[in-house]
Design a protein around this ligand. Sequence first.
Ligand code: PLP
Length: 396
Amino acid sequence: MEYQFSRRVLELKPSAIREIFKYAADPQVISLSAGNPAPEAFPVREIAEISAGILAQRPIDALQYGTTEGYTPLRGHLAAYLKETSGIGSDGDDLIITSGAQQIMDLFTKSVVDEEDTIVCEAPSFLGALNTYRSYRAKLRGVPMESDGISLEGLEQALKEEKRVKFIYTIPNFQNPTGATMSLAKRHGMYELAKKYGVMILEDNPYGDLRFQGEDLPAIKSFDTEGIVLYSGTFSKVVAPGIRVGYAVGPKPILQKMIVCKQGEDVHTNIWGQMLCDELMTKYDFGAHLARLREVYRKKSKVAVDAMNRWLLPKITYLPIEGGLFFWCTLPNGIDMLEFVKRAIDHKVCVVPGNAFLTDESKPCQSFRINYTTPTDENLVRGIQLLGEVASDMIP
Ligand SMILES: Cc1ncc(COP(=O)(O)O)c(C=O)c1O
């Protein structure tokens, strides 16, 4: 059989990260390539208690079909929590529950993007989102990232040059993959540019709660008076990604269309996971849980920083971070980054080549991404030491 694929998916390739996971699956290889939370951060005891309670007291609520918009108590509690803690949400907005934040990228794109419309993205950016946009045959326009977020000059140039921009996609806190956080001035600047050029912003914030240093910055959504920002949040990095619970706050007409699309995708997000998140937020001390996570990440990131200072500097530099899961490391000009990553795998350590995160993967890139949260401390240090050995071989 010669299989005929749709034009939408014909050019899609398996993600470079998934390909690299093949090597990472080798137990001999230390993987610094995942994007997973630290295993010790999962609230396993609480999840077991809540699950037993749900099954004992309200099994039918958890097992029956639910509404597409999401479990009503969770929607209410989350809306109040986001308003109170971050000033997110206004009268024109609503909140829906999704199957992870990944589904928000999909539902939003399906709702507003036609083939050949443009989505302006940070370059580099989250590969899962880029691949979703590609699957709708959107044109991706990358705008360079700087250490304090997207280049505003580059953004304005893109908005001027591209004729059919539907939205700007941004990850303002501890960006995947660079770890960079957008400055307050740039948050306002992006909002003003979006207003000026009449485009929406998709503000993707999976990592904001994982700040272990410095001050929280306001969400772009918190100054959205025009109804142009769709805010995306998730429990993946603060509870567990396996439960697949995310949430979107945005203008009601946009969310209504996304709900129609969601009905055709998965009907609703799994109810048990939603009840679990609701109880974690309301019956447990969620603030204390987040504080514990931040402490885990603060300690673990220090292990990574000490090892990078010892084994990578000055040949390989890295961008300092104040939260999130990733370090963005850069090789000197003239060193072949892909060759470096291949040699690292030969040395039994796996990182993600930076060009995988570009809107145009064929563009040159001197960087690679390290995840410090998934390996044990011992493997983290050993992995970084191995990268240092490759650097000694390749970099004069
Ligand atoms: C920037 C970014 N957005 C969204 C997601 C997807 O999160 P979820 O597990 O909630 O679908 C990820 C996951 O790694 C991410 O890094």
